[in-house]
Design a protein. Structure first.
Length: 259
């Protein structure tokens, strides 16, 4: 479904402002990953905030697809910085231990690259529906080991499919969060024991980890304020995320190694 994007009230957020919030949430999430013990209340709260980053950047990628003057250059930029960020991301995730690096763990820019490619395939006028499915499926498979995995590609496709209608984007995205990020099972799992074993049981340790996925609803509060405007133009705003992303990963990886 398509339609005119609803006008946002004054005081909304530009795309660059949304990206700035996403970057701040990313830093919070990565600091928690590096230095806060998993499963603790501070870690859960910080990782919940960190869930803002991925969906916001996926939304920005779809906006970038629809407003770029040169799609091939946009895809090339994503591919280049996915490669540049590959080692910093692995270094960060290994805790600064080079011997613990696992090569098959691509970063979120790689996920965005695959997502934008999937959008390009879906919007192709030269391909039939069957060919589109056959070409998008390998992109989903390639995204499996990456940050946000195939869920990231699905979110990008969802935002693109309903591009131009915020209400439809928000509803479809919420369904993805419920069904593909285990939020629905988080709500329903206690009732399996009630119905089958007649005992209402809650695995609080599991909940401590799973509750972070509820944070994926937080981006809706930000994206609903999107004005439809890009914001301040210029090289700094355009390149900031691409440059900051690998640099902050290297710094946090190094800090984990020396502290």
């Amino acid at each position: 479904m398509t339609g005119l994007r609803l006008k946002r009230p004054l005081g909304g957020l530009s795309l660059n402002q949304l990206k700035a919030v996403a970057v701040a949430a990313m830093v919070i999430d990565h600091i928690a990953f590096a230095f806060v013990p998993d499963g603790t209340l501070p870690a859960v709260l910080l990782h919940t905030i960190g869930r803002i980053t991925g969906p916001t950047m996926f939304f920005a990628a779809v906006e970038g697809y629809h407003h770029t003057r040169d799609l091939d250059r946009y895809l090339l930029r994503l591919a280049v910085f996915a490669l540049i960020s590959w080692f910093p991301f692995l270094y960060f995730h290994s805790g600064g231990d080079l011997s613990a690096i696992q090569l098959m763990r691509p970063n979120v820019i790689f996920t965005i690259f695959l997502g934008v490619l999937a959008v390009r395939v879906r919007r192709s006028r030269r391909l039939g529906a069957v060919w589109k499915v056959l070409l998008i499926l390998p992109l989903l498979i390639l995204a499996v080991p990456a940050d946000w995995g195939c869920t990231g590609v699905v979110i990008i496709l969802t935002f693109d499919y309903y591009h131009g209608s915020w209400k439809d984007q928000a509803f479809a995205y919420s369904l993805v969060v419920l069904l593909d990020m285990e939020v629905l099972s988080l709500l329903t799992s206690p009732f399996f024991g009630l119905f089958y074993d007649h005992v209402l049981t809650i695995d609080w340790e599991l909940y401590a980890y799973s509750i972070e996925s509820v944070g994926a609803f937080l981006p809706l509060l930000l994206l609903s304020r999107y004005t439809g405007q890009h914001g301040t133009q210029g090289g700094f705003s355009k390149w900031f995320f691409y440059i900051f992303y690998p640099l902050h990963l290297l710094v946090l990886g190094w800090l984990q190694a020396v502290l």
